[in-house]
Ligand binder design. Structure first.
Ligand code: AMP
Ligand code: ZN
Length: 136
């Protein structure tokens, strides 16, 4: 069965569309974390960051920036989170790459990005930085 976001792009499943161009589609999240919560997706199906073509990803991120500015003009939030989850372990539910734009207000208590800061082992951090650099 075809993916739900591909069906939204084709209009086979209804959505509150905000923006569309040749490569990108944006619509309101139906379970909003806060007012203005929006999803920006590539029109060409790609499950996640590891599958998407670079040009499609750049097109998505460009639209994310423009829509974030528009949301800020309309709703005047105190801040904004961008979230993009890859894989079940990361909490991804819909397997079609999407960037969440979530307006935030001070004290909204939504609990996004509120992990505890614990200093890491410096040698381990350094070792990983080297390994990743070598993999570029
Ligand atoms: P995730 O895969 O965890 O990044 O999140 C998937 C997001 O898609 C959730 O925030 C859902 O509320 C949203 N979502 C799922 N189905 C629809 C739909 N038909 N229309 C709008 N948003 C949807
Ligand atoms: Zn899809």
């Amino acid at each position: 069965m075809e993916c739900i976001f591909c069906k939204i792009i084709k209009g086979e499943v209804p959505s509150f569309k905000v923006y569309e161009d040749e490569k990108v589609f944006a619509f309101m999240d139906i379970n909003p974390i806060n007012d203005g919560h929006m999803l920006v997706i590539p029109k060409t199906h790609a499950e996640n960051l590891f599958e998407i073509e670079e040009s499609d990803f750049l097109a998505v991120m460009s639209v994310v920036r423009r829509l974030s500015l528009a949301i800020r003009r309309v709703l005047g939030p105190d801040g904004m989170n961008l979230m993009q989850l890859n894989g079940e372990a990361a909490g991804q539910v819909v397997p079609h790459l999407h960037v969440h734009i979530v307006p935030r207000w001070g004290g909204d208590g939504k609990g996004i990005c509120e992990w505890e800061l614990v200093p890491g082992d410096r040698d381990k951090i350094k070792g990983l930085s080297k390994r990743i650099q070598e993999a570029l």
